[in-house]
Design a protein around this ligand. Structure first.
Ligand SMILES: Cc1cc2nc3c(=O)[nH]c(=O)nc-3n(C[C@H](O)[C@H](O)[C@H](O)COP(=O)(O)OP(=O)(O)OC[C@H]3O[C@@H](n4cnc5c(N)ncnc54)[C@H](O)[C@@H]3O)c2cc1C
Length: 270
């Protein structure tokens, strides 16, 4: 059966480098027989704010509106707004989701953060029992593909912005892996605006080469859920003991006060 890819894309201009990266992905993946869907968020005028209008009909507690509780109930009762329901349908069908965007403030643009806030609702995308390695989407893959304004050395361990691995942890662990996705290594296009046309072409050529084998890639490593106790969600003593004698802790975030594992958020098998 054809593999289904959803590209969640956030750029205002079809002449942008991001558009080029998105178009390359559509072309290569379709040529490989994948079914590709693009959610072009600016073109869709996707609503970025998480509000009570995301629920159709009565909310449970209008006086003290709580987005997570209300959207969980609305999802159970099929009362989420149609734009959210449509994106959730695309997520359900997808084998792989590619988030294509320019880095804004060390993160995703607001419109994409709005997609994350509104589409990945509790019940649909996660629950207390179904998260991280036991997450809802553990049979799906997801990845970040993004451009920066900064050059790569600025995002290194001794660069002015700090280690890119640290910047990636909240997005890749706190969102994608939290929902269970197997997270593929990010595709980072460093500072396309400052490159020569030849260098930009070469960046897109490398992306096309990678896309050709993307579905078979090994995902990044994250600590499994059973490393943590079920009461306080702390690393189990026997697991902590296992890592006590090792150079690194179980993950970049769960580092046990040890040096951060190098490149664990940008390379599989680290
Ligand atoms: C609010 C905001 C916050 C930001 N925060 C950060 C941050 O925290 N860290 C950081 O590093 N940067 C940051 N930036 C910078 C931003 O990430 C970059 O401007 C952006 O990533 C550049 O990508 P682009 O697609 O917009 O490039 P564009 O400017 O659209 O394109 C770059 C060049 O590629 C050319 N091009 C377009 N299509 C193709 C193609 N198909 N083939 C070859 N060349 C092509 C274009 O003509 C242009 O010359 C921020 C920017 C904003 C607006």
């Amino acid at each position: 059966m054809a593999q289904k890819v959803l590209i969640v894309y956030a750029h205002q201009s079809p002449c942008s480098f991001n558009a080029g990266a998105k178009d390359a992905a559509v072309e290569v993946l379709k040529a490989k027989g994948c079914e590709v869907t693009v959610s072009d968020l600016y073109d869709m005028k996707f609503k970025a704010t998480a509000t009570a209008e995301d629920i159709t009909g009565e909310v449970k507690n209008a006086e003290h509106f709580r987005y997570a509780q209300e959207t969980k109930l609305a999802w159970e009762e099929g009362r989420l707004s149609s734009d959210i329901t449509e994106e959730q349908r695309k997520v359900t069908e997808a084998d792989l989701i590619i988030f294509q965007f320019p880095m804004y403030w060390f993160s995703v643009p607001a419109i994409m953060k709005g997609w994350i806030d509104r589409v990945l609702t509790p019940g649909f995308a996660y629950s207390q029992e179904k998260r991280y390695s036991q997450g809802m989407f553990k049979d799906k893959k997801a990845m970040l593909s993004f451009t920066t304004g900064s050059h790569e050395p600025m995002f290194s361990a001794n660069g002015i912005h700090g280690d890119i691995n640290v910047s990636l942890w909240p997005l890749q662990n706190g969102i994608l892996h939290y929902c269970g996705f197997q997270v593929l290594a990010p595709q980072i296009f460093w500072a396309p605006s400052s490159q020569t046309p030849e260098a930009r072409k070469s960046m897109l050529d490398d992306w096309c080469t990678r896309l050709d084998k993307l579905m078979g890639e090994e995902p990044l490593s994250f600590p499994p859920l059973d490393y943590f106790d079920e009461k306080h969600f702390q690393l189990k003593p026997d697991v902590a003991e296992k890592f006590a004698s090792q150079e690194f802790g179980p993950a970049l975030g769960v580092h046990l006060g040890k040096p951060l594992p190098h490149n664990s958020q940008v390379k599989a098998g680290v």
